[in-house]
Design a protein around this ligand. Structure first.
Ligand SMILES: Nc1ncnc2c1ncn2[C@@H]1O[C@H](COP(=O)(O)OP(=O)(O)O)[C@@H](O)[C@H]1O
Ligand SMILES: [Mg+2]
Length: 381
């Protein structure tokens, strides 16, 4: 069931086109990451979904209902900001309770001391305390309920912010770079915690990040946004293995994918001035570039795919593997290889390498930088 639909949403700030017609369909309980570099419009899109910002064109539906004319409080969503936005003078329990108190008690009933007088307010307060304890338990912060935010670590504050967002059981949870204030080690741990939390609670989640590793490890699907446009939406494996364009291919994957200019004719592939036999099957495609990831460039290995001679430019030892930067022939083009340590040790002994681009993993792109499905072009799909 579709839970969130964004239909052709556009937004300009003055003359800056920030969102240029974004459409997304997100199913119930799905975890979707909005991935893109800083400034590409992720926060703006999240704020439009939340109702904190008004789009110039297009519409947003939540659970099958158009919410364009509804305020943030009426949209059944919860937001976790980068800065957590906890109230410093309230305890953890009181912070988590805020959304429930606002919803279940009137302004008068919220006055301290009044719950002693009113039976209704007393029951409500008891229910709120129970709901808070329950969510706190599931986020493993039950023992922190009496502390103030100033007495918590970064990871604990993060959990409180997520607990506060989930306590109302919103149909959609929106998170804007929630881990960017944490140190690297904690970030890795919190990735798993948020995924586990999502599995338990099942709220449809839109998670904004500029960090490809976060998106790859956490999301069911990734929406890649570049320059205010949705470039591609797909599973992490689809985005990595079948990127829609050179721009997506270059944004996802580290070290970056190698892109080299090429030509194709009836004889096959010509790469950097050298024709490669055994590639005639590709000739139906009109590719202008090949893309090959660093782990798919091999040294001294028999197999399918073009080979080229390279001059080693630099070597980087990473412990479990190594990276080699090499210049291809006389072309001036540089490629990066990811290799095991044995190959690395041998490469250290020489200046040149003969490398092979694994045919199975080679990507082809047209002059327009869009990917060409070459197994289909080849008729072997
Ligand atoms: N309220 C605003 N007024 C003017 N420009 C804005 C405003 N909010 C965002 N922008 C601009 O819109 C672009 C996208 O911003 P944002 O959505 O925050 O990107 P991201 O979250 O992907 O880093 C940026 O160029 C930013 O400067
Ligand atoms: Mg942002």
């Amino acid at each position: 069931m579709q839970s969130l639909r964004v239909d052709n949403v556009r937004k300009n700030f003055g003359t800056t086109k920030v969102l240029r017609g974004i459409s997304l369909d997100i199913s119930k309980t799905e975890f979707v990451a909005l991935l893109g570099p800083s400034g590409c419009g992720k926060t703006t899109l999240l704020r439009i979904i939340a109702g904190l910002e008004r789009q110039d064109a297009g519409s947003v539906d939540i659970a099958g209902r158009c919410v364009d004319d509804l305020g943030p409080a009426e949209r059944d969503i919860a937001l976790v900001f980068q800065s957590y936005a906890l109230y410093p003078h309230l305890t953890v329990a009181q912070n988590i309770a805020v959304p429930l108190v606002m919803r279940r008690l009137s302004a008068v009933q919220r006055l301290p001391g009044l719950s002693r007088l009113s039976g209704y307010a007393r029951t409500q307060r008891r229910d709120i305390a129970r709901d808070v304890a329950q969510i706190a338990e599931s986020m493993e912060i039950g023992h922190l309920l009496d502390r103030k935010p100033g007495q918590l670590s970064g990871g604990q504050k993060q959990r409180v912010a997520v607990a506060r967002a989930l306590v109302r059981k919103p149909s959609i949870l929106l998170m804007d770079e929630p881990l960017s204030n944490l140190d690297a080690k904690l970030r890795v741990q919190m990735r798993q915690e948020i995924v586990g939390m999502h599995r338990r609670h099942g709220a449809t989640t839109v998670y904004v990040t500029h960090d490809q590793t976060e998106a790859m490890t956490m999301a069911d699907r990734i929406a890649v946004i570049l320059n205010g446009e949705l470039q591609q939406i797909g599973t992490p494996a689809e985005i990595y293995k079948q990127p829609a364009s050179i721009d997506v291919a270059e944004f996802v994957g580290s070290p970056k994918i190698n892109i080299l200019p090429c030509t194709l004719n009836t004889h096959g592939l010509t790469l950097l001035g050298t024709a490669h036999a055994g590639t005639a099957g590709l000739a139906g495609a009109s590719a202008a570039f090949i893309g090959i990831r660093p782990e798919h460039v091999t040294v001294d290995v028999e197999g399918e795919g073009p080979t080229v001679r390279c001059k080693i430019a630099s070597l980087e030892y990473l412990g479990s593997e190594a990276l080699i930067q090499a210049r291809v022939g006389d072309s001036g083009e540089e490629i990066c290889l990811r290799t095991d340590i044995d190959v690395f040790e041998r490469a250290k002994q020489s200046d040149t390498l003969k490398v092979r681009f694994s045919a199975r993993n080679m990507l082809l792109f047209g002059q327009d930088r869009r990917r060409i499905d070459w197994s289909a072009a080849q008729g072997t799909a």
